[in-house]
Structure formats: C-alpha cells, structure tokens
Design a protein around this ligand. Structure first.
Ligand code: GTR
Length: 322
C-alpha cells in the first residue's frame, strides 16, 4: 500500500504546485499611473485574477518601460509580451485596414466612433487584427487629437506651414502633416518633451489627457483645437496566449476586457475635462478651429488614396454612410 501513499502524495504535490504556480503574464502600457488607460488595465488584470481564481496574474508595465509602442506591437506579435493597449496609429503598421481609423475628420465624436466599433465594423477590424496576431478584448477611447505648439500660436492651418510637427510613427499621420505643408517628425511618445526642450520640434498633436500627463503643456502652451483625428485604442492579447486559453478562460478574459473598456470610457470623459481645466489654469491657451472645411479640403488626396486602396475602401464607405 506504500506505493498508493506515494502516488497520492505525488498527486497532492502536483495539485499544490499547480495552485501555487499561477501563469504570469506581461502587459505593456505607455501611460503613467492614474491615467484612464492604466486604471482600466489594472481593473482588467484584477478581474482576470478573480475570475480564474488566481491562475492568471497579469503585471501591468506602465510608462513604456518595456519599449516604445512600435516595438511593443512587434513584441506582442512575437510573444515577448502577452497583453497591450495600443492606439490605432502604430497598430495600422501591422494591419493596413486599420489605417482608415487614423484619417482626419472621419468620426464626428467618440459616440459616433463607438457606434461603429461596438458593431459590425468593430467585429471586422477585430477579425483582421486577430488574423495578424492581435485578439481585441476591448475598444478604448483615444479621444480627439489637436495641435499644440511651443513657438507659434496657430489660429489657422496656414499657421502650421513650415513647422516641424511631431507625429506617431504612422503613415497616415505623416501624410496628413505633409499636406499641411509642414514637416512630420516621428518621435517615440516619451521623447516628445525632449524634442520641445531641444527645439527639435515646434508642435505636436495629441488628445488633452496626454497633453497634460506628459507635461507637454508646460512647453507648448498654444493649443489649436482641431480634434482632427478621433480614434480608438485597443486592449489586445497575443494570439499565442489566446491559443493556450481554455474556452472558460477565454470567456473570463473577454468579459474582463469588455468591462475594462466601459470603465476606461467613463474615466476618459472625466479626465478630458480635468486636463482642459488644469492646463488652462497653468497657462495653456486654446484657440478653437472655426471652420474645418479648409483643413478637410487639404486632406482630399488622403481620402482619395484610401478610397482607392482595397484594404480600406470598404471600411471608409461604411463609416461615411452613417
Ligand atoms: C496617446 C496614445 C498613446 C500614443 C501617444 C502618441 O494619446 O494614448 O498610445 O499613441 O498618444 O502620440 O505616441
């Protein structure tokens, strides 16, 4: 009977070590603590841990400590990281159809954008992303992006001509800046502050929570409120991780992702208002665009290009239609 005891012990040990050895996953994030993306990702991690009785422990690495965004897109694809939150700019390098989400003045506001993303179009984007190695668990709000400058106070798109403007490393953004007769400078997010300090850039463009959280507002005080790009961000897991999850665990991850997206959107709206108030109090000056038509007219070559492109045409038509 001794062998039975040994066998039982081995089984118990097996169970104990299983219980004691949760699967640790690494989540990439570009933002600091307290930022809506970070808080929503932490909520996601906590809910996954609860729903899987601690079998999955997700560590959120914030502030791009694991590398900048284009690098992280590659890391997720190669399985070096398991989870990430990406904006549509760098993601479109991996999935060309996503480029449409970076086009200026496509969505009128976040509500319009989420009507599409929470519906059939979002599913189509998710399917294309999944084929490229990214499983979308939630669409987050990337807000409306506007220009801000250090050494000029634009009140018209002509005032941006000749400026060196920092953009994300993303084709559509660079094309947009060129069509404004300005010079696109692709810099990683964390280097933008240094770019202003060293005079390497005159302007940048981003949403107001990032304008505030990065401290850009201290150096670039003139905001030209164009909201030229209203775009989503996505909470994604690698398809390598997805393939390893049981159907029950996939459901736990999906539910937690959907929950975190709702939380993010709620936190976002509050944060936009706070950022506007806080930066204005500290000296930021806001000039609202009066008429977007000259800007839209300048972008005509962009719309024609992506309308002719079979990877974006269908998506573009769907968004324009409603
Ligand atoms: C932020 C966005 C980041 C990153 C950044 C940038 O608004 O949340 O993911 O794309 O902009 O401009 O690099």
């Amino acid at each position: 009977m001794a062998w039975l005891g040994v066998l039982c012990l081995a089984l118990l040990c097996g169970q104990a070590s299983h219980a004691q050895a949760p699967t640790r996953l690494r989540a990439w994030n570009i933002h600091p603590d307290g930022y809506p993306v970070t808080e929503a990702m932490k909520g996601f991690a906590a809910q996954v841990a609860r729903a899987t009785q601690g079998r999955y422990q997700i560590e959120v690495f914030s502030n791009a400590t694991l590398g900048d965004q284009p690098k992280a897109v590659q890391m997720l694809k190669s399985g070096e990281i398991d989870i990430a939150e990406f904006s549509s700019g760098p993601l479109s390098d991996a999935v060309p159809g996503i480029k449409v989400l970076n086009l200026p003045f496509l969505f009128t506001d976040s509500a319009h954008m989420f009507r599409h993303l929470d519906g059939a179009l979002g599913q189509r984007f998710a399917a294309n992303l999944q084929a490229a190695g990214f499983v979308v668990l939630g669409w987050y709000d990337g807000g409306g992006r506007s220009f801000y400058c250090a050494n000029r106070a634009p009140a018209n798109i002509r005032d941006l001509a000749g400026a060196s403007i920092r953009v994300q490393q993303s084709e559509v953004f660079m094309e947009m800046i060129r069509l404004l007769d300005a010079k696109p400078v692709a810099l990683p997010f964390k280097d933008v502050l240094g770019g202003f300090q060293q005079g390497a850039i005159d302007c940048a463009e981003n949403n107001m929570p990032s304008y505030e959280s990065t401290g850009h507002f201290k150096l670039a005080k003139s905001v030209y409120v164009t909201n030229h790009v209203i775009s989503p961000e996505a909470l994604v897991v690698s398809s390598a991780l997805w393939a390893r999850l049981s159907p029950e665990d996939r459901k736990a991850f999906s539910d937690a992702g959907a929950q975190s997206a709702l939380l993010m959107r709620e936190l976002w709206n509050r944060r936009v208002a706070q950022a506007l108030e806080n930066t204005a109090r500290q000296g930021a000056q806001f000039v609202r665009v009066k008429d977007i038509s000259p800007f839209v007219r300048r972008m005509a070559p962009l719309y024609s290009k992506y309308m002719a492109d079979p990877t974006t045409r269908e998506e573009l038509l769907t968004i324009i239609a409603k």
